[in-house]
Design a protein around this ligand. Structure first.
Ligand SMILES: [Zn+2]
Ligand SMILES: [Zn+2]
Length: 48
């Protein structure tokens, strides 16, 4: 258990990012680098 693989909570693939809104881990496909949030939050919230 030396290394913990963090997985995207949407698709289950290895995640590199953390959503600023919900704090969940997401992969590149489910992360919006401009907003710093996951695609799920992007859909559910109206920003800007
Ligand atoms: Zn994903
Ligand atoms: Zn999120």
């Amino acid at each position: 258990m030396a290394e913990i693989m963090t997985l995207c909570y949407i698709c289950g693939k290895p995640a590199k990012h953390v959503c600023k809104l919900c704090g969940k881990h997401v992969c590149d496909r489910h992360f919006d680098a401009k907003l710093g949030i996951c695609t799920s939050c992007k859909k559910g919230r109206k920003l800007g």
